[in-house]
Design a protein around this ligand. Structure first.
Ligand code: DAH
Length: 336
């Protein structure tokens, strides 16, 4: 009878483990532990056992009964946990996994990369310079002496006397020319700083500077280069126009407008009904700038331009206020 009891216990425990639903577990319980179940039968059969062995057998049978009932409770808890997790549904292993949230490239950097890649195709290389700049590089070397009225248009953050947060990327022109001889063709992305803060001005914003110097570089090449850029970036139908302007470091100088990307030049709120949007300043490098760089201004000519990345990103995506770009509100940033 002892062997029979052991075999029974082993088989019953296995079946309990295999029960895959509350219902089959209940069936197993009735079968093994129920009033007409197997264990009851065994206990009843004890009367047949020789008296000397009876207490030990009885104890063993009760132990089996107890451990089966514990096994059933444990299995029941397991099945309930699984069914809670699935809310009664069987698991669907073909479902896609839960998406992890991922960062992505900021719209300003996206636009910067796109602009730079157009100039890379034309043979320009990148150059960079420091955000904290000397007054010499930021102003003097670019033909903006201390008493020059053009300094008024750059509301400058001073770090200490003679040192500023650069107000434009143009000082990198000088840093590049000091290091290399023509031909030079560089684009310079970077942050610039001005004491200014409203819907269209941020105290920190982004520019891309361009500089090309070689023998016999003409204004026609400047126009051709910028036209190609605009057609690539805004599309073949975009028109450009140049308006005469003044910058101390170029002569002649111009500002370039692009036909409004919102109304295609018909006139709307974004372009203030003019049909045109200003996107950059440009011109032929001033001989005084070459002199500071140690270039022979009789031998070399060059063009330069400086474009506002924020401005172009706002035009591309119809973003109404520059502050959106720097508030780090994910509801805004995730759109790009
Ligand atoms: N540095 C000028 C600014 O921030 C933009 C600019 C104008 C850059 C003409 C140039 C240029 O290189 O030739 O307003």
């Amino acid at each position: 009878m002892k062997d029979e009891l052991e075999a029974f216990a082993k088989d019953a425990l296995e079946q309990i483990q295999l029960a895959s639903s509350a219902q089959s577990l209940e069936e197993a319980r009735v079968h093994y532990l129920g009033r007409k179940g197997k264990i009851t039968e065994i206990l009843r059969g004890l009367s047949q056992v020789p008296e000397a062995e009876r207490p030990a057998m009885g104890q063993a049978a009760n132990q089996v009964k107890q451990s089966l009932s514990e096994a059933i409770d444990a299995r029941k808890a397991e099945l309930e946990a699984v069914s809670d997790a699935n809310e009664g549904e069987p698991a669907d292993f073909s479902l896609p996994s839960r998406r992890r949230s991922e960062g992505h490239i900021h719209v300003i950097n996206q636009v910067t990369e796109e602009i730079l890649s157009i100039f890379f195709e034309l043979g320009f290389q990148t150059a960079t310079g420091p955000d904290i700049e000397t007054e010499y590089y930021n102003f003097e070397s670019l033909n903006i002496p201390a008493d020059h009225p053009a300094r008024d248009s750059h509301d400058t953050f001073f770090v200490k006397p003679g040192v500023v947060l650069r107000t434009h990327t143009s000082p990198v022109q000088m840093r590049v020319m000091e290091k290399m001889q023509p031909p030079v063709a560089v684009v310079v992305p970077g942050r610039v700083y001005r004491v200014d803060n409203d819907a269209s001005h941020s105290p920190m914003f982004y520019q891309i500077e361009g500089l090309l110097v070689d023998e016999r570089v003409s204004f026609a090449e400047l126009k051709g280069t910028l036209m190609l850029f605009v057609h690539r970036f805004f599309g073949k139908t975009a028109k450009i126009r140049f308006r005469p302007h003044f910058f101390p470091f170029t002569e002649p100088s111009a500002e370039m407008d692009v036909s409004c990307t919102v109304c295609q030049g018909k006139g709307c709120r974004v372009c203030k009904h003019s049909g045109w949007l200003e996107v950059l300043g440009c011109g032929m490098v001033h001989p005084n700038v070459f002199r500071h760089a140690g270039y022979d201004s009789e031998k070399y000519t060059g063009f330069a331009f400086g474009l506002g990345v924020d401005r172009i990103a706002m035009l591309r995506h119809a973003i109404p206020s520059i502050t959106h770009l720097y508030e780090n509100d994910l509801r805004f940033l995730e759109q790009f």
